[in-house]
Design a protein around this ligand. Structure first.
Ligand SMILES: [Zn+2]
Length: 272
């Protein structure tokens, strides 16, 4: 399946190719994913996801990380859903009840528009006087920075590693220190940079039915769900939340078309 680069979060700014290939995973690949993808290792997990995209299309290396992040999510989404909608269970942060909701790629997922000047990078200055230029990292550049942390494990937070990767300079240790030791206005600056260069998907508003019972629409309090939090453990969550249901298995001999459960011939091979 080809995705036009103009449909990616960056809008395809500066790319020399007009589309990128991403396919749903097969059952075999999902099984391998669940076995091969380290459960509690965010760094390895992210590397695994990126490698899958690169294997499928070498141009992934030339994508901005924000676009690759979106494709990681998209690949999983089209794997589990043929109409790009999926069910999620969320815990209400206020009352703790479980909210069942359906998220649709076409209706609920929106990108913040990227301005050309954002993509051209910026000049920043830390409180300690260090000057840097920033650039939107492409996967190829990011992997170079990422390798260092995969090997030495000084930092295991993807958000921090991504922030470090967008600052250009000849002294990686100094950049790392400046990011890790950031205080006051430097923190605000780094958070703003992260949002500009990585966090391009708008949060999805979800309403807790229990907390909003009897309230008028304008009084309702929404919970903002980020796609980031939905990507983590996508498959594991689906396997836990949707244990295999007998209805999904097609027994040729006993089931006929139109029987309760709506199972049609051919559905048996679908992953849901
Ligand atoms: Zn609630």
């Amino acid at each position: 399946m080809n995705i036009l680069t103009s449909q990616l979060p960056s809008g395809g700014y500066g790319y020399t190719f007009s589309s990128i290939t991403v396919n749903p995973m097969t059952f075999l690949q999902i099984t391998k994913y669940l076995e091969g993808c380290p459960e509690n290792d965010n760094l390895e997990k992210y590397l695994y996801d990126l490698k899958q995209l690169v294997d499928e299309d070498r141009n992934t290396l030339e994508l901005y990380v924000m676009d690759a992040d979106f494709l990681i999510f998209y690949k999983k989404l089209i794997t589990v859903s043929s109409d790009t909608t999926f069910n999620v269970n969320l815990t209400c942060p206020v009352c703790g009840s479980t909210i069942h909701t359906k998220i649709s790629m076409n209706h609920d997922i929106h990108f913040k528009a990227v301005e050309k000047k954002t993509m051209d990078g910026a000049e920043i200055e830390f409180e300690n006087g260090h000057h840097y230029t920033t650039a939107v990292p492409k996967v190829r550049d990011f992997l170079r920075v990422f390798e260092r942390y995969l090997k030495f494990r000084k930092i295991e937070d993807m958000k921090l590693i991504k922030t470090i990767s967008l600052i250009q300079g000849d002294y990686p240790n100094q950049i790392e220190e400046d990011v890790l030791d950031a205080k006051h206005s430097d923190i605000t600056l780094l958070l703003a940079l992260y949002e500009l260069y990585f966090d391009r998907v708008e949060t999805i508003p979800v309403y807790c039915p229990k907390c909003n019972e009897g309230l008028k629409p304008e009084e309702r309090r929404e919970i903002a769900v980020s796609v980031d939090s939905l990507i983590a453990d996508f498959f594991r969550e689906i396997c836990i939340n949707c244990p295999i249901d007998g209805n999904k298995i097609l027994f040729k001999q006993v089931r006929e078309v139109g029987q309760p459960g709506g199972v049609q011939p051919g559905d048996g091979s679908r992953i849901e």
